[in-house]
Design a protein around this ligand. Sequence first.
Ligand code: NDP
Length: 257
Amino acid sequence: MHDYQAASDLLNDKVILITGAGDGIGRQAALHYGAHGATVVLLGRTVNKLGAVYDELVAQGSPEPAIIPLDLLGATKNHYRDMAETLKQQFGRLDGVLFNAGHLSVLSPFEMIGEDEWDKVIQINLKSQFLMTQALLPLLKATPHSSIVYTSSGVGKQGRAYWGTYAISKFATEGMMQVLADELSNTTVRVNCINPGATRTDMRARAYPGEDPASLRTPEQIMPLYLYLMGKDSQQINGQSLDAQPDKVRPLYGSAS
Ligand code: NDP
């Protein structure tokens, strides 16, 4: 699906929530979903980054977006419940969620993983998704065709030395996607994962400081799969983990993330 071409009105009248929408892949997904007609709800922890994406969406003529400032590290069940209520009141619907926000832990030997760092990564990369999904499911079930997309990683499919809690959180994300997809298989909600593959963002630069960023695809270049999984052309796709860069998937001990 990396060569998928989305119709310009693919997401007209849809309301789509994106976590980590202020930077990297999430920012680009917001701009693309907005350009294809969606009202985008931008969730993230750095308000000025969200504001900049908001301005870009308005400037490109997309429907007026909304901002939810939220740090997934401290957010609780009540925050997600209130958020669902606000979305219901403001938009009356929710057609899709892209769970994109992620925290890259310090790469270290397994024996050196600190309990605090373990808890932080699991909270941001996994537990927040569990709680938010629970809170948003009633809204998602109420629309005719809705899509949940979680974000995985190469190290969420094949473990790799020193990737510790981050890799474990991505494996668990894949597991959560499979459990939920099976449970919802008789509903109109579909649930899938995207593995972006090595992509030119700040997170990638932190993980591979010696790498030439110009050698990597940009977030914009991997958007076809993000559009495909959010729109009607993927209505039959459920329970799958798809690579945004299938030609770049590298073997174990390679340098893909
Ligand atoms: P970036 O670091 O560029 O962006 C991550 C986004 O998540 C930022 O907007 C960040 O907010 C937000 N975020 C992080 N922590 C929190 C938090 N506690 N609360 C709310 N928002 C938070 O990363 P990428 O765009 O590269 O990554 C996007 C997703 O893709 C992640 O899930 C990552 O694991 C995955 N991925 C990326 C790959 C790559 O090569 N880039 C490869 C494989 C997977 P802020 O800007 O405020 O920090």
